[in-house]
Design a protein around this ligand. Structure first.
Ligand code: SF4
Length: 439
């Protein structure tokens, strides 16, 4: 029995795809093992957004060869699609597969026999037209369910359309089938994942269905406690979806909505499809209907043309906005994107200073959000991780809660009252009622 190990860089989508590819291997009789367990084959799923993608890829290949010097190493994922030639030159790499090939890896690589030169099986990205269903089973608690892939937007800084191709989706019927399959396992929470999830519904270049209808249909799937939408563009987060979420049975009051900049000048330069006024309106609609909702924001600092004044516009906009946390990205140049041609390059030192300012703001926002929720009762889905004798879980509205470790609680949802914020910045539960319920 050949042993195969996987390593994933990047986003939830990559994790869901690695997980599905690993199940293909298991179905064919391979034994899935950990990275250190002398695998015969390594599959490395790369990301193009990650800083220093090339260095990371080289490092993982080097580690793999240290563990199993005679192993077969195949590289897949966004970076493999963007730079197949460079990757095939890395010492120790046996095969590079592009976006259109990665789900046919076993069929294409056959018996994984090593050859003199690395095999490059990577078509042009325009060939990646079909949708490959995927979901991850990483732990028992939560799964990432891929419903959409690719993007038609072409923002000035982004390489994802080059690495993943045009927008395409699963059908509602097929997503429901996967959701029912997942419901038959122990998993309690499903995170809907895609590149541009709000654009769900395009099959073979034609829009057939709508994301809102997918949400309505999934809400009726018995056996899953929660659905979370991973991230959705503000212009696609409609009033219909927000209103539905406010009285939904299973969709949680947590929205992650990329803003990228709070300056309309920069938003236009980025080629984003909305202005700050629309974003403000989305936040206010969510908060009016769901005062307890958690709102996460992606923001990029140091985009070309972002002067001190324009950065302050972003800072002040976010400071005033009723949001719960930020994911801050420091702009870095990516080959073949429009942004690399733009003037107004921001020195790296400034980019880093701005990033630091927004990270501090994010902490302030998170703390305020947590404080507003103290004394309230929520449902926590407890996970397996244990730190200093404490276990953790998330509320519906994405508050990380610590409680005294109890193995009986792993992968259970329990109602708790949020007591205080501990030194690690998590909300802690003093005496959860459920401790007594069990006796
Ligand atoms: S919406 Fe813009 S940033 Fe997001 S994947 Fe598409 S092109 Fe990239």
């Amino acid at each position: 029995m050949k042993k195969v190990a996987f390593y994933t860089l990047g986003c939830k989508l990559n994790f869901s795809e690695t997980s599905t590819i690993s199940r293909q291997f298991e179905e064919k009789g391979f034994l899935k093992v950990d990275f250190q367990e002398n695998p015969d084959i390594f599959i490395i799923n790369t990301c193009s957004v990650t800083e220093n993608a090339d260095k990371k890829c080289k490092k993982i290949v080097k580690e793999a060869k240290k563990i199993s010097p005679n192993s077969y190493v195949a590289i897949i994922g966004c970076y493999a699609q963007l730079k197949p030639k460079e990757i095939s030159d890395i010492k120790g790499v046996d095969a590079v597969l592009g976006a259109a090939e990665k789900f046919r890896l076993i069929e294409l690589l056959g018996d994984f026999a090593k050859e003199q030169d690395a095999k490059v099986l990577s078509s042009e990205i325009t060939e990646a037209k079909s949708f490959n269903n995927a979901y991850s089973i990483n732990d028992r608690t939560r799964t990432f369910l891929k419903v959409q892939d690719g993007c038609n937007y072409g923002c000035a800084f982004c390489t994802i359309p080059l690495a993943r191709g045009k927008s395409r989706s699963n059908t509602i019927e097929s997503v429901l089938e996967s959701a029912r399959e997942i419901a038959g396992t122990d998993v309690k929470e499903v995170v809907l994942t895609g590149v541009n999830i709000g654009d769900f519904g395009i099959v073979e270049g034609k829009r057939n269905e709508r994301f809102a209808d997918l949400v309505f249909a999934l809400d009726n799937v018995e056996g899953i406690d929660r659905f979370r939408i991973s991230s959705i563009e503000p212009n696609l987060l409609t009033n219909e979806i927000i209103t539905f979420a406010s009285h939904s049975k299973r969709f949680v009051p947590h929205f992650h909505v990329p803003l990228q900049s709070g300056s309309n000048t920069i938003l236009r330069r980025m080629g984003r499809r909305y202005l700050r006024e629309l974003y403000e309106d989305r936040v206010s609609k969510i908060k009016t209907l769901m005062a307890q909702a958690c709102i996460g924001v992606d923001v990029i600092v140091g985009f070309p043309g972002e002067t001190d004044e324009l950065f302050l516009e972003t800072y002040n906009f976010l400071n005033e906005l009723d949001i719960s946390y930020l994911h801050v990205f420091t702009y870095s140049e990516r080959a073949n994107t429009r942004a690399t041609e733009m003037d107004g390059i921001v020195p790296m030192k400034k980019r880093n200073e701005r990033s630091k300012m927004l990270r501090i703001l994010s902490e302030k926002k998170r703390r305020k959000f947590y404080e507003e929720n103290l004394g309230k009762t929520y449902t926590v889905l407890f996970e397996e991780d244990v730190e200093d004798g404490k276990m953790h879980g998330f509320t519906e509205n994405y508050i990380r809660v610590a409680a005294k470790y109890d193995p009986m609680l792993i992968n259970e949802t329990k109602q708790v009252t949020l007591d205080y914020i501990n030194d690690s910045g998590n909300v802690e539960v003093l005496e959860p009622e459920f401790i007594y319920e069990k006796h």
